[in-house]
Design a protein around this ligand. Structure first.
Ligand code: SAM
Length: 442
């Protein structure tokens, strides 16, 4: 971003800005409609509606062999787009003289519609006259409030996690710490203004610095505390190392095997996510295997007291697909020692979004004497997250808070747990009525 080359001194002191410009770069747009002028026109018009702008005109044009330009004129100025379908890239700009316009809503809508993996926004004021002299043409102009990471200091981009075609979650990002295309997925570590660092795989948020402890304690500790003496533990996935951290808090554990398919994700976590693994990768009790969890379970002969599955959420495609099947769970059961406990991260789970969770339950149905769902609200996920726990030994939901607290005390874990205790355990298993009905859970 360059300053104007010529500086015209202000006629009078400090004039307020006249307008707000937002530039939105949408990268890796996965929508199949990028070169469809009718679809793009409809999306831009809807974005103007979502911004609560007054539409006064529009013009869209498709170029040969490909590419679209278009503009929606609004009473408050314009929304414009230029698309390079061959680059899966769309450059959008919104200019408005009315600060009340919902530009962020329009940006979030377009990011979602275009199915962009990465959205970078730059917002700045126009026409503002601060009365200050311009001395350095290389510095950032006054009024820049949000910038993409490539512009250096003061980074502030919008990071969008697209949950479904009609819903997403945007985060203000302070920049990208690391980014890698591995053999299996696109891995990024971003720094978010609200939640600190976050691991993102193929555009899906995995865990966040500020509240990963809630998720990881909830995933691991019920299974570990329900087992009388967990000595051998299998972890499948869990690339951040936080599942291993939670497992290794138990002194009874003699051996933990962690199988993650992506050595590059583990390497990124080792380097950048120390707050997650807390040195777990260097604990001599941990054996890290870089490989496919499915292949490992099929060929393993070892028995485990507790198995924790922390995989990317994916039923349809992706490296974890085969690990959400009934065949896999059947095979896994043969690797559990008598009295063993298996717990699985089982996706967003509430009365609006419960089908993926139900699929995990259906694939496990009847394989174990006890199957329970539990959930917690994770602030950074913006929704309740579900887990399925199974065992032939004891009903996980029936464990009394006093019994859980007794285990925590006896194992010297009280100081080391921030989220989980007996009352938390009871709360996790208290599913609301609507969800119980949908899942057919007692
Ligand atoms: N909490 C998470 C979520 O919300 O989806 C899961 C986090 S964890 C980072 C997911 C891990 O699963 C990644 O490190 C990924 O490499 C691993 N993974 C994916 N497919 C796998 C497979 N077939 N075998 C083992 N690990 C796998």
């Amino acid at each position: 971003m360059q300053r104007a080359l010529e500086f015209v001194p202000p006629l009078s002191a400090a004039q307020p800005s006249l307008g707000w410009q937002t530039l939105i770069d949408l990268h890796d747009c996965e929508t199949p409609h990028l070169d469809d002028v009718t679809w793009v026109r409809a999306a831009m018009l809807e974005a103007a509606v979502r911004a609560e702008a007054t539409i006064v005109g529009e013009r869209f044009h498709r170029f040969e062999p490909h590419g679209i330009s278009g503009i929606v004129m609004i009473g408050e100025s314009h929304l414009a787009v230029h698309i390079w379908p061959e680059r899966k890239f769309a450059a959008i700009d919104v200019f408005t003289c009315n600060s009340a316009l919902k530009t962020k809503a329009a940006a979030a809508y377009l990011t979602n519609m275009f199915a962009a993996t990465c959205a970078k926004t730059l917002c700045f004021k126009r026409g503002e006259d601060t009365g200050e002299a311009v001395t350095d043409s290389a510095t950032v102009p006054p009024g820049v409030v949000a910038m993409g990471p490539e512009t250096g200091a003061g980074c502030d981009e919008l990071y969008i996690d697209t949950d479904t075609e009609s819903e997403g979650h945007w985060f203000v990002s302070r920049g990208t710490i690391a980014q890698r295309q591995t053999a299996f997925q696109k891995a990024e570590i971003v720094d978010l203004a609200a939640y600190g660092k976050a691991l993102v795989l193929d555009g899906d948020m995995q865990s966040f610095e500020s509240d990963e402890y809630m998720y990881h304690e909830a995933l691991v500790q019920p299974a570990m505390c329900l087992h009388a003496a967990p000595r051998r533990v299998l972890i499948i996935g869990g690339g951040e190392g936080a599942v291993a951290r939670e497992v290794l808090k138990h002194r009874s554990v003699e051996r933990a095997v962690m199988v993650d398919i992506d050595g590059e994700v583990v390497a990124l976590a080792r380097e950048h996510l120390a707050g997650w693994h807390c040195g777990a990768f260097d604990d001599p009790r941990l054996s890290l295997i870089v490989g496919d969890g499915h292949a490992f379970v099929q060929s393993a002969t070892e028995q485990f007291d507790v198995v924790v599955i922390d995989l990317v959420s994916s039923f349809d495609g992706g490296p974890a697909e085969a690990l959400y099947t009934r065949d896999f769970y059947r095979c896994l059961k043969s690797r559990l020692s008598p009295g063993g406990v298996l717990v699985i991260q089982s996706m967003e789970c509430h009365a609006g979004t419960w089908r993926d969770h139900a699929r995990v339950r259906n694939n496990l149905a009847g394989l174990f004497a006890h199957m329970r769902s539990y959930q917690l609200f994770v602030p950074s996920y913006g929704c309740p997250w579900g887990f399925v726990i199974v065992s032939d030994e004891a009903d996980p939901q029936a464990a009394l808070p006093s019994a859980i607290d007794g285990v925590i005390e006896a194992r010297g874990l009280r100081e080391g747990l921030r989220f989980y205790d007996g009352r938390t355990h009871q709360g996790l298993f208290a599913l609301p009525k609507d969800l119980r009905l949908l899942l057919g859970a007692a």
